[in-house]
Design a protein around this ligand. Structure first.
Ligand code: AMO
Length: 436
């Protein structure tokens, strides 16, 4: 939809050769300047793309020429210009300015090249993130993320899930106590939520099917390409479903997201030079099968051991999947709310969704019987009193339920081909980074 505003009639992408002859207002950033003496090609950029402004000394006013001569990269300009079709210009169209006004003059030199010519390392880019985000690649990632969020919402609503928000300042650890961020809450000890887990369970006990897209915090000590101190978690919780059911929901969702990203973000994928994996049926293997495979590969691994990124690399190499569900993890390796299998209680109704060597989601059937919940808490040395706000409601009709949590930034790695979650997070937070 085209909307004329105080500063612009059209956005860069909307300026096409068919509009040749029209005089319009345009505003954007100076992306690049090619100087041929009496002629200057100024590439103007906005969030939709780039349009060339061609300025010839002998056909513009002295005032326009003076302004253009003093332009710096990333300055913001507002122009009134005639659109002219010209096959030599990028996209076959250019602007011939009548007036050029500088709305914000950028200092020289820039701390980071925005045009994409000079490569900078990730740390430099993150220190200069507001400029880094102006790069075409950053915009492509942001647009893909936008599609993902839209498709997730539409898909889950289509299945009757209701979008909810749970409290982010909470009283107890939900995913284990090691990586909590404490907060002082009116003089009392509280924490930033590691996940919406216990609240989404309570909500499934009221609304049956809920989902949330929101932040989660983990005080991650180690600096890896896959961990953030603050990340966006996509969570669902559903009453009257078990882990197989919610794996089906997740599989359907991943398929739909990939399909829609390919369709809606073809240009962005081209900018990123990436093609997401085609998703068909996602194979499901058990933890025990994975362990056996790793043993066959010569790894020294036994029941109960974690299957981390190094082990997943080996598994991916040997089994050659793009996506796989690993299920039925040992009960004691999962949080207290995870339901052990009825016939083999040392294993649990749990799963991870793995892309190549990266866990992107995890979930389970939850315990819905109070005595069993208390038993599992005891096994893990947890104090039921601290969870009274949660456990109490298991006395009043808690349905069987299941759910999962998906790390948005990890999912985006699969969809954008980037290899560090910080690249696909606007302002990432890690141990060393609190600004910008
Ligand atoms: P889990 O702790 O496995 O499960 O987290 C779910 C998903 O969140 C992502 N994730 C992270 N992403 C970036 N940085 C981090 N530090 C980080 N930690 C986790 C991962 C992971 O798969 N309550 C359960 C989910 C459930 O059972 O519903 C939970 O939080 O992609």
């Amino acid at each position: 939809m085209v909307m004329s505003t105080k500063y612009k009639d059209l956005r860069a992408k909307e300026i096409t050769p068919e509009l040749s002859g029209r005089v319009v207002k345009f505003a954007g950033w100076v992306h690049r300047i090619r100087d041929l003496g009496g002629k200057k090609f100024v590439l103007l950029r906005d969030a939709t793309g780039i349009i060339q402004m061609t300025v010839s000394k002998d056909s513009v006013s002295e005032e326009v020429w003076r302004v253009v001569e003093n332009l710096t990269l990333e300055s913001v300009v507002s122009v009134v210009a005639e659109i002219r079709a010209d096959p030599r210009a990028p996209r076959g169209v250019e602007l011939i300015p009548k007036t050029v006004e500088v709305l914000s003059l950028a200092k020289k030199p820039l701390p980071l090249d925005v045009s994409g010519k000079v490569r900078a390392d990730l740390d430099t880019r993150l220190r200069n993130r507001p400029l880094d985000l102006r790069r075409m690649e950053s915009l492509a990632i942001a647009r893909i993320c936008d599609t993902v969020l839209d498709v997730i919402r539409t898909y889950l609503r289509g299945l009757g899930f209701v979008e909810v928000f749970t409290p982010k300042i909470i009283a107890t650890a939900t995913e284990g106590g090691a990586n909590l961020f404490p907060v002082i809450y009116f003089g009392k000890q509280a924490f930033l939520a590691q996940s919406p887990q216990l609240y989404k369970e309570l909500l499934a006990g009221a609304f049956e099917r809920v989902f949330e897209i929101g932040p989660a915090w983990r005080a991650e000590e180690s600096d890896t390409p896959y961990h953030l101190a603050e990340f966006i978690s996509v969570d669902i919780e559903a009453a009257f479903m078990d882990y197989n059911d919610v794996m089906n929901v997740l599989e359907g969702l991943v398929k739909e997201v990939v399909k829609e990203v390919m369709r809606r973000n073809a240009e962005d994928l081209e900018i990123l030079k990436w093609r997401p994996p085609e998703v068909d049926e996602i194979p499901r293997i058990t933890y025990l099968e994975a362990i056996d495979e790793l043993k066959r590969a010569g790894l020294d691994i036994k029941f109960g051991d974690d299957i981390g990124t190094p082990e997943l690399r080996v598994l991916h190499q040997r089994l050659g999947y793009e996506l796989v569900f690993i299920k039925d993890f040992p009960s004691m390796s999962r949080p207290f709310y995870t339901k052990p299998k009825d016939d083999e209680p040392e294993l649990s109704e749990s799963f991870d969704l793995v892309w190549r060597h990266l866990e992107i989601a995890s979930g389970s059937t939850r315990i819905h019987r109070k005595e069993q919940l208390l038993e599992e808490m005891k096994k893990r040395g947890l104090n039921p009193q601290s969870f009274e706000f949660f456990i109490k409601w298991f006395d009043y009709g808690m349905p069987p339920h299941a759910g999962w949590g998906l790390g948005l930034s990890r999912f985006l790695l699969m969809l954008t081909g980037k290899n560090n979650v910080k690249e696909v997070t606007l302002f990432p937070r890690d141990k060393k980074r609190l600004v910008p």
